[in-house]
Design a protein around this ligand. Structure first.
Ligand code: AMP
Ligand code: ZN
Length: 477
């Protein structure tokens, strides 16, 4: 499988450290507000990547942190504390906010068919690990204490900037806008590992540390949580493109300084979802959520399809018009599958199965080209092969795509069957359907007078007939 690697800036063949196994780390949400559909674009694409690894036969262990402490409003160490901001906004404690928005995040993920990672670790549950790594960095001379805080010394590295080919506009805006210089840093790029001198008088969460009572910086959590659960050599690390700098750059700096060797081989970055007015962000307070889409009548899986229709390395513009096109595409697929379910299933055609599956895999092997993988679904629907083969392929592909088209079509089929059963047991409906059958027979026999008489009798009963190419339908007033 070829995968674009932000660290090498090219598409590399994916080869894990240990044959058949993948260790995968994902930066989790900062739980001070609902996730917006931009954040969820990143999690959808990462979910597809994880599922494709599993589909390809790898044994995957995926770990995600939950940022419930330490993330300031700029991704550098300046600005307001995001969790504190959420707590103040809702007049709750930081831990109440964290619990509420963590649950809300996973509820959204469930609706979008995003699998929960094997390990989910809140930053506040790993403070001891952070302290151990910070002690190690101080011992090795990669960190220093200044003004009460502990900083990472970027001047000690041969190379600090790893992802510096990103265009300015791809990088997190907050880092560039109004960066306040912290007077304690020795070098401009140095970052906080642990704060003991909080600038927030009302700092709620703090822990004892060898350097005084304090709380960790944001970047240290991902290095420590990843190493705690996945060891010192990581196969792949994921996040949105704004995480590349400074967050992932700092993660690499401190992890490699601590372990003394290369840490992570592949870096997978999902580009942003934007609106016509720019990047979607939680801090602006105006953002779209899964619940909002649902309240407007959209199935969350339509949003998943909308995301899959574009490549993860291109920014994607959200508009309701574009989402409506995804609704049309999704419903068409379901309708096609519904008719497949009603057909004689036939035998499994293994040659066709293998050929169509190969197309699907070729798309995903080529830097996770999900839009071509969706095209492979259309190819299946159009293919000249048996319904049994098509349904088997669609089920197979859905292990990666997670669109549940067959499931949705089966639900419709069940609803149709239930309605038909109810109608069959209702004497009034039976009478109407008998009369419609008699009218069809009269028309066939060219007895139009009788056919009209029956129509009139039905009208008198409050029944309106609609003749369609698929037969006569009716409504009861
Ligand atoms: P946060 O909750 O702010 O820590 O972000 C959670 C994830 O969403 C991170 O991987 C971010 O890089 C990613 N992200 C943030 N904004 C966007 C966006 N507009 N489009 C796609 N991903 C985003
Ligand atoms: Zn992270």
């Amino acid at each position: 499988m070829l995968l674009y690697n932000s660290a090498t800036r090219r598409r590399d063949e994916f080869v894990p450290n240990e044959a058949g196994k993948v260790s995968m780390y994902t930066c989790g949400p900062t739980v001070y507000h609902y996730a917006h559909i931009g954040n969820l674009r990143s999690y959808i694409m990462e979910d597809v990547l994880e599922k494709y690894f599993r589909y390809a036969g790898y044994d995957v262990t995926r770990v995600m942190n939950i940022t419930d402490v330490g993330h300031l409003s700029s991704d550098a160490d300046t600005g307001e504390d995001k969790m504190l901001k959420g707590a103040k906004r809702e007049k709750k404690t930081v831990m109440e906010i964290a619990k509420y928005y963590t649950d809300a995040f996973f509820a959204d993920c469930a609706k979008l068919n995003i699998k929960t990672p094997d390990v989910v670790a809140p930053a506040t549950s790993c403070i001891d690990e952070f302290i151990k790594v910070i002690e190690g960095l101080l011992d090795k001379g990669y960190a220093y204490e200044a003004g009460g805080n502990i900083y990472f010394d970027t001047s000690k590295l041969k190379q600090y900037y790893i992802f510096n080919d990103f265009k300015e506009e791809d990088l997190e805006v907050g880092v560039r806008e109004g960066v306040e210089e912290d007077g304690n840093q020795r070098n401009k790029a140095d970052f906080v590992l642990l704060f003991t001198k909080s600038k927030f008088d009302d700092q709620e969460l703090k822990w004892d540390s060898p350097w005084g009572i304090g709380y960790p910086g944001w970047h240290i959590e991902c290095s420590c949580i990843s190493m705690k659960y996945l060891g010192e050599s990581l196969d792949i690390h994921c996040g949105g493109i704004d995480n590349a700098f400074p967050h992932h750059t700092n993660e690499i700096a401190q992890s490699e300084a601590y372990i003394g060797h290369k840490w992570c081989n592949y870096w997978f970055h999902v580009h942003h979802l934007n609106t016509s007015s720019g990047k979607m962000s939680k801090s602006s307070g105006e953002f779209l959520t899964v619940s909002l889409l649902e309240s407007k009548g959209y199935d969350p899986l339509v949003y998943r399809l909308f995301c899959l229709q574009s490549h993860y390395r291109k920014s994607l513009v959200f508009s309701y018009e574009n989402l409506d096109n995804a609704v049309i595409a999704y419903n068409k697929m379901i309708t096609r599958v519904l008719s497949l379910l009603k057909e004689e299933q036939g035998e499994m055609d293994t040659a066709a199965f293998d050929e169509l599956k190969a197309k699907f895999c070729a798309a995903l092997d080529n830097d996770l080209n999900t839009s071509l993988a969706v095209t492979a679904v259309y190819d299946v629907l159009k293919a000249k092969t048996t319904p049994a083969t098509k349904l088997a392929l669609l089920d197979d592909f859905d292990r990666v795509l997670g669109l549940d088209i067959v499931g949705a079509a089966k639900k419709q089929l069940d609803a149709e069957k239930k309605a038909a059963e109810e109608a069959a047991s209702d004497p009034f409906i039976r009478e109407i359907e008998d009369m419609i059958a008699q009218r069809a027979a009269a028309k066939k026999a060219k007895d139009y007078a009788l056919a009209d008489q029956i129509r009139q009798a039905l009208t008198d009963k409050g029944v309106t007939l609609i003749d369609t190419p698929q037969g006569t339908k009716y409504t009861v007033n």
